[in-house]
Write a protein that binds this ligand. Structure first.
Ligand code: RIB
Ligand code: CA
Length: 321
């Protein structure tokens, strides 16, 4: 069996973050999930932390700590996306107090201590980010030596050929904290970037959603309810087309890299223009002066991603049928 991949997962649950968490929590043989860190984004920092704990309950993974993080971007005013995720951030999923809450301590401190321990052990960590990159950028700006502990970043964010989803030219995660994104894209470690160009190919059609729902496990039922909430939103297009499944893509790549195709590039983020703030300038042309450290996802096997979700969500680690 291949060694498990050490993963730190930073997110802003968020309906699609929640499906990504369910997938990551279920992949116990492939992913050594060191911890979950949450950030203000789709909804407030308090709600994203609570939501991560609730999804952890659904998955029966109380062994994985959740740390609450940044309440606002590095420089900008917070911009939420509640219109895509509902007031609670988890669509119409029943909300209760989590059985286990966050671990005391700040997410940025946990990221720092995790990377320092990895360096001391001569290991490296893959950092998955599916929300604004505030926590990770804050930790690395505090101590750039932490970069030695990073194997790769796998991030959901950005847009090139698809155009934006929060403005005409920017995708939400980048727009919400463009300064943090610019830092991560140019920090040095390879970044596997799953932008809208790829995630818009992965649609939760009614047939695919029904297959998930019919699996019968508590995790699958929760995932199907989250997908159906997104599919019912007019902003996500016609229901029969299915809403794009953004945040599970980096996790699916960790589990089955063959499901995605990439092109090497350099990415800079627009930080100043009021018209194009958060735009990702994806430069495929190699020039001597710029890092070609980003792998931009250009193709995604949607059926393969859903087959993966079915496989892992059927197992029902929580044991609740
Ligand atoms: O643009 C899609 C991204 O923004 C996803 O991560 C979604 O959760 C929202 O945060
Ligand atoms: Ca997200």
């Amino acid at each position: 069996m291949k060694p498990r991949k050490a993963v730190l997962f930073d997110c802003d649950p968020g309906v699609d973050d929640a499906v990504a968490l369910l997938l990551a929590f279920a992949a116990t043989d492939e992913i050594d999930l060191i911890g979950i860190t949450t950030v203000a984004g789709n909804v407030s920092a308090g709600l994203t932390a609570r939501n991560a704990c609730l999804i952890r309950d659904h998955a029966g993974r109380r062994d994985v700590p959740v740390y609450a993080g940044a309440e606002r971007p590095l420089r900008r005013e917070p911009v939420e996306a509640g219109h895509f995720h509902g007031e609670t951030g988890l669509g119409d999923l029943p909300i209760s107090e989590p059985k286990q809450g966050v671990t005391p301590g700040h997410a940025v401190d946990f990221i720092e201590s995790t990377l320092r321990s990895a360096i001391d052990a001569g290991q490296k960590v893959c950092i998955v980010i599916t929300g604004p990159m505030t926590n990770v950028a804050s930790a690395l700006r505090r101590d750039p030596r932490l970069l030695e502990g990073i194997e790769c970043f796998a991030i959901m964010g950005g847009a090139r050929s698809e155009g934006g989803n929060i403005t005409a030219s920017a995708e939400y995660n980048i727009y919400a904290d463009p300064d943090a994104a610019q830092y991560v894209f140019n920090a040095g470690p390879v970044v596997y970037a799953f932008g809208l160009d790829a995630t818009h190919q992965v649609r939760a059609t009614p047939a695919r959603t029904a297959r998930i729902r019919d699996l019968g496990s508590a995790e699958a039922r929760a995932a199907a309810q989250l997908l159906e909430f997104s599919n019912a939103l007019p902003a996500n297009g016609p229901r029969e087309q299915g809403a794009p499944l953004h945040d599970p893509c980096p996790i699916a790549w960790l589990l089955a890299p063959q499901l995605f195709k990439f092109k090497p590039c350099h990415i800079d983020v627009e930080l100043d223009s009021s018209l194009t703030l958060g735009h990702t300038a994806v430069e495929f042309r190699a020039t001597g002066s710029r890092l070609q450290n980003v792998q931009w996802a250009v193709e995604a096997d949607a059926e393969g991603v859903f087959a993966l979700l079915e496989r892992y969500l059927a197992s029902g680690r929580s044991g609740k049928a």
